[in-house]
Design a protein. Structure first.
Length: 341
């Protein structure tokens, strides 16, 4: 389960005069110093006196195996106690458990119920999750207007995934009038927080001049930021920018470097371009085996242009070379299959 730890959890529970406040504070101090057994002891004392913050942290610690043996069932029991006392982050984490079916029977409707409890308290991640439920119709009736409302509540709090989703909705016109300027506004807010999908969307906006004036340099900048975070399509677009000199000084070797990053993630167009680079000796030493390998991989995925170029490369190769190239492709596919999550 992805845990959402928020600094406000501590502040929320530290009200003067509460019997468990001292133990909870001591538990937080021990937790911050990674003195987990002591933190468990203090949190248990506070939890027994009704501290939802302590109950929440005990859930976290049972989930992560901090000071106790990992125990997903106990994790959820502690979250449930805190959730029943109205702690939004516990309601959210418990909702995640029901959504994924982790250590509990999967129940999308119960997940939505818990998300709504947290969302109505202004918990941004829960508002985003609730928006997702209304988009997908999973656990709630499909309702794009309702989804948009929850995304907006989350986005105005600065939650980057919700900002990206709002940008995408306005970009695509799903459930709203298409509005490229609004799309750019929300993409930018999320992109400035480092959201790679939003950085990609902003790059597209600058490249196409949708909602902003066309600007190849800005497009290349935002593509590169997303590419550096490992987004394959952004790596491919960055390669294209270097290959064509769009917004950057033309540099075929740099283009090959980015094509290769995307290609090893299975991006078909990057595999095509990498294969052509090896075939033409553009930005890299000419290598028919690797040209054939990458073109073959793209062709197998259904790229007709790659299939045509694979045949062209094969016409310059011996049967033994073709066999060696196909072996390289098979080995690459086997490695990718072993590392696929």
């Amino acid at each position: 389960m992805r845990l959402l730890l928020r600094a406000f959890v501590a502040a929320l529970m530290l009200s003067a005069g509460l019997a468990w406040a001292g133990d909870f504070e001591d538990g937080l101090a021990a937790y911050a110093k990674q003195k987990f057994p002591l933190a468990v002891q203090k949190f248990k004392r506070a939890a027994a006196q009704g501290s939802p913050g302590a109950q929440f942290y005990l859930g976290v610690m049972h989930g992560l195996g901090q000071g106790v043996a990992p125990d997903p069932a106990a994790e959820l029991d502690w979250y449930r106690l805190a959730a029943e006392r109205g702690l939004a982050v516990a309601q959210f984490n418990l909702g995640n458990a029901y959504s994924s079916g982790q250590a509990v029977t999967q129940d999308a409707a119960e997940a939505v119920r818990l998300y709504k409890l947290a969302a109505e308290q202004g918990f941004a991640a829960a508002q985003f999750a609730l928006g997702n439920a209304y988009v997908s119709g999973r656990g709630a009736p499909q309702d794009l207007a309702e989804a948009l409302a929850w995304y907006r509540m989350s986005a105005v709090q600065g939650y980057a995934p919700a900002q990206f989703n709002l940008g995408y909705i306005y970009d695509s016109g799903q459930g709203v009038a298409q509005d490229p300027a609004q799309a750019v506004y929300w993409y930018r807010l999320a992109a400035q927080q480092g959201d790679p999908d939003a950085q990609l969307g902003l790059g597209h906006a600058y490249r196409k001049g949708r909602g902003v004036e066309p600007d190849d340099a800005q497009a290349a900048r935002w593509y590169a930021l997303a590419a550096e975070q490992g987004l394959a399509v952004a790596q491919f677009n960055t390669g294209i920018a270097w290959a064509r000199g769009q917004g950057v000084a033309q540099d075929q070797a740099e283009a090959v470097r980015w094509f290769k990053m995307a290609a090893v993630q299975g991006h078909g167009s990057a595999q095509l371009n990498l294969g052509l680079s090896y075939f033409n000796g553009q930005g890299v030493a000419r290598d028919l085996l690797r040209a054939h390998m990458w073109l073959h991989l793209a062709a197998v995925a259904g790229d007709k242009e790659a299939a045509r170029n694979e045949a062209l490369v094969a016409s310059e190769m011996t049967p033994a070379q073709i066999e060696a190239a196909q072996r390289l492709a098979s080995e690459w596919q086997a490695r990718k299959g072993r590392t696929r999550p």
